[in-house]
Design a protein around this ligand. Structure first.
Ligand SMILES: C[S@@+](CC[C@H](N)C(=O)[O-])C[C@H]1O[C@@H](n2cnc3c(N)ncnc32)[C@H](O)[C@@H]1O
Length: 171
């Protein structure tokens, strides 16, 4: 698995020890990197697309990190590994399941919708790692409106394309 500089930068912004969710995970590279580098003990790899989630599941299983998704928060806090979950944004999440929410590779409008619809899950987390491929100003405005502090606001050049990556403190 060759993880790009963009995805590595995103993963390395996650605070060590935090349980994470990667929304729109696709291949599951970020969750696998988080487990391999022992940054996060537990990651929920989520996607709206069954085909994408299947890729993530196969990759997580091959890497030896796949665990069963039990809808039981107490169990998850004790477990180490990656669970794969079909979810439109944060709709299938329970508040308190994760500390760090990652959204990357989608536009700022969709990210905004996901964060607003999942406000209870966002409020229960500690940080957001967001890398919109367009409309990044919407994300800065979202943070300001909610009183969330932008801890990092990076511009990364990867394969001749520029990416914005923000780390935002929620609580
Ligand atoms: C371009 S890929 C980005 C993959 C990876 N996050 C990255 O940055 O390379 C976008 C992924 O987001 C997923 N996606 C789109 N809308 C979504 C939603 N509402 N909820 C969850 N996943 C979504 C797609 O199925 C796809 O797998």
């Amino acid at each position: 698995m060759g993880i790009s500089a963009r995805l590595r930068t995103i993963a390395e912004l996650v605070t060590p020890g935090f349980r994470a969710a990667d929304i729109g995970t696709d291949h599951g590279y970020v969750p696998i990197y988080l487990l391999r580098k022992e940054i996060s003990p537990f990651v929920i790899a989520a996607d709206l697309s069954p085909g994408s989630l299947e890729k993530a599941r196969e990759n997580a299983e091959r890497a030896g990190f796949l665990i069963e998704d039990r809808k039981d928060t107490e169990t998850k806090i004790c477990e180490n590994g990656i669970v794969c979950r079909l979810s439109d944004g944060l709709s299938e999440f329970i508040p308190g399941e994760v500390d760090s929410i990652i959204l990357s590779g989608m536009g700022g409008i969709l990210m905004n919708r996901i964060l607003r619809d999942g406000a209870d899950v966002v409020q229960s987390a500690k940080e957001l790692i967001l890398s919109p491929h367009r409309d990044v100003d919407l994300i800065r405005a979202y943070a300001e409106e909610n009183g969330f502090e932008i801890l990092e606001d990076l511009k990364l050049l990867d394969k001749k394309k520029q990416y914005a990556i923000l780390k935002i403190r929620v609580n």
